[in-house]
Design a protein around this ligand. Structure first.
Ligand code: MTE
Ligand code: MO
Length: 377
C-alpha cells in the first residue's frame, strides 16, 4: 500500500502514519515490509551453532532510527516517585559493581510473516532471536539508591529514539511493574556492554535495559530516563502495541514473557535463490537451540516426517545460564527423497510449541513449530 498518492498531499501525521492492519488473503509482502526487513535483520540460522551470538549476527529490531548517542555526555536520570532523584553518567555506572547475564532475546513478532492472514509489520519468519552476554548494573541497585517511594507501582523507561507509529508521535517508551523491576531473578540490568564490548549503535549504545525472559520490546535501547510512577503506564508501546488481541477494539492482554521455541540449524547445503536444502543419504546430526522465558526448557522432540511421529532429542546439560537457550541434537539417517524436519520445545510449565498456528492481530508470540523442508539426493 502506498503511504500517499500524487495529488493527495499529506497534511498531518495521521496521513503519513496509518493504523495497524492485516493483509488481504492473497496480498504479497510489500516494498514497505521489505524495507523494514532490510533494516531489521534476523539471525542466520546457522549461527544457532554458537552459545553466544557473534557480533553482527544477533537479530536487530529498531522501530524508528538509531539515534545519535555520545557515551561521553550521556546521562541516565532516575526520577518520579523516588526520594533521591539520580543523574548518572557512564563513568558513575561503570564504578558500580558490574553483573553479567547471558540472555536469549527474541522479538515478540517473530513468526509473524508466516501467519494467515498476515499482520502488516516487520515480516519475521523465525529468525528474530539471539543470545548475548550483557554487562551492566542491576536495575534494583539503582532503584535502591534512588529510594523508591511507597506509592510507586511501575518504572517507565525512555529511549532516545523518536518517531511516529500508527499516527502517534513518540519517544520509544515501555514500563515494567515494580515487582519485575526489582526482582533478583530474573534480574533486570541497565547494560553498557554486550559480549564484553561497549554496546554497538544498533543494540542501544551506550545504555539499554535487559529484561531476561521477556520478549524484546521490554529491553529499551538508548535508555536515558527511568521514571517511577504511581499509576500504570498507558503509553503507545504498552497499551496500544504489544497486546494479544483478536479484534482491534479489544484491550487485549499484555505481551510479556517469551513462549517456548526450538529452532534447528537447517542441515545440508542451500540453493542460493530458493534456499531449498540438499542433504546426502546416510547418517547426519540435527542440532539447534531451544528456549523459553517462562520456565526452563525440559524437552525437545524432533520429527523427520512433518510432525507425524516424534522422538526425543538430547538436551545439553544446564550450564548455569537460566535465561539463555540450550543446545539440542538428534541423529537421523537421511533416505532419498523429500523430507520435512521439525523440532518442538516443551518447558517446565508443561507448555509445548503448538503444531497449528496461534493467531492474533499483532502477530505476537507465534511459536508455531519451524518446518525445514530438505531434499535428500
Ligand atoms: N529505544 C528502543 N528500544 C527498543 C526498540 C526500539 O525500537 N527503540 N525495539 C525493541 C524491540 S521490538 C526489540 S525486539 C528489541 C530488539 O533488540 P536488539 O535490536 O538489540 O536485538 O529492542 C527493543 N528495544
Ligand atoms: Mo520486537
Amino acid at each position: 500500500m502506498d503511504s500517499h498518492r500524487p495529488g493527495d498531499e499529506p497534511r498531518s501525521l495521521a496521513d503519513v502514519s496509518t493504523p495497524g492492519r492485516v493483509a488481504a488473503p492473497d496480498e504479497a509482502i510489500s516494498h514497505e515490509e521489505l524495507a523494514l526487513a532490510a533494516r531489521n535483520h534476523g539471525l542466520p540460522l546457522e549461527a544457532l551453532r554458537y552459545d553466544v551470538t557473534p557480533p553482527g549476527l544477533h537479530y536487530v529490531l529498531v522501530h524508528y532510527d538509531i539515534p545519535p548517542a555520545d557515551a561521553d555526555t550521556w546521562t541516565l536520570t532516575v526520577g518520579g516517585h523516588v526520594r533521591t532523584p539520580l543523574a548518572l553518567d557512564l563513568a558513575a555506572l561503570r564504578a558500580l559493581p558490574p553483573v553479567t547475564h547471558r540472555v536469549t532475546m527474541e522479538c515478540a513478532g517473530n513468526g509473524r510473516a508466516r501467519l494467515t492472514p498476515r499482520p502488516v509489520s516487520q515480516p519475521w519468519l523465525v529468525e528474530a532471536v539471539g543470545t548475548a552476554d550483557w554487562t551492566g548494573v542491576p536495575l534494583r541497585t539503582l532503584l535502591a539508591e534512588a529510594g523508591v517511594e511507597q506509592d510507586a507501582v511501575e518504572a517507565v523507561f525512555t529511549g532516545a529514539d523518536h518517531g511516529v507509529e500508527r499516527g502517534v508521535e513518540q519517544d520509544y517508551r515501555r514500563s515494567l511493574p515494580l515487582a519485575n523491576a526489582t526482582a533478583s531473578d530474573p534480574e533486570v540490568l541497565v547494560a553498557y556492554a554486550m559480549n564484553g564490548a561497549p554496546l554497538p549503535p544498533q543494540h542501544g549504545h551506550p545504555l539499554r535495559l535487559v529484561v531476561p525472559g521477556w520478549y524484546g520490546m521490554a529491553h529499551v535501547k538508548w535508555l536515558h530516563d527511568i521514571t517511577l510512577t504511581d499509576t500504570p503506564f498507558t503509553g503507545f508501546q504498552q497499551a496500544v502495541a504489544y497486546r494479544y488481541r483478536q479484534a482491534s477494539d479489544e484491550p487485549g492482554d499484555p505481551v510479556t514473557r517469551i513462549a517456548p521455541r526450538a529452532l534447528m540449524i537447517p542441515p545440508g547445503f542451500p540453493d542460493f535463490m530458493t534456499r531449498t536444502r540438499v542433504v546426502r543419504p546416510g547418517p547426519l546430526r540435527l542440532e539447534g537451540r531451544a528456549w523459553s522465558g517462562r520456565a526452563p526448557v525440559t524437552q525437545v522432540e524432533i520429527s523427520t516426517d512433518d510432525g507425524h511421529s516424534w522422538e526425543a532429542a538430547a538436551l545439553s546439560p544446564p550450564d548455569g545460564h537460566a535465561w539463555s537457550w540450550r543446545h539440542w541434537h538428534a541423529d537421523w539417517t537421511a533416505t532419498a527423497g523429500p523430507h520435512t524436519l521439525t523440532a518442538r520445545a516443551t518447558d517446565a510449565e508443561g507448555t509445548a510449541q503448538p503444531l497449528t498456528q496461534p493467531w492474533n492481530r499483532g502477530g505476537f508470540g507465534n511459536n508455531l513449530v519451524q518446518r525445514v523442508p530438505v531434499v535428500c539426493l
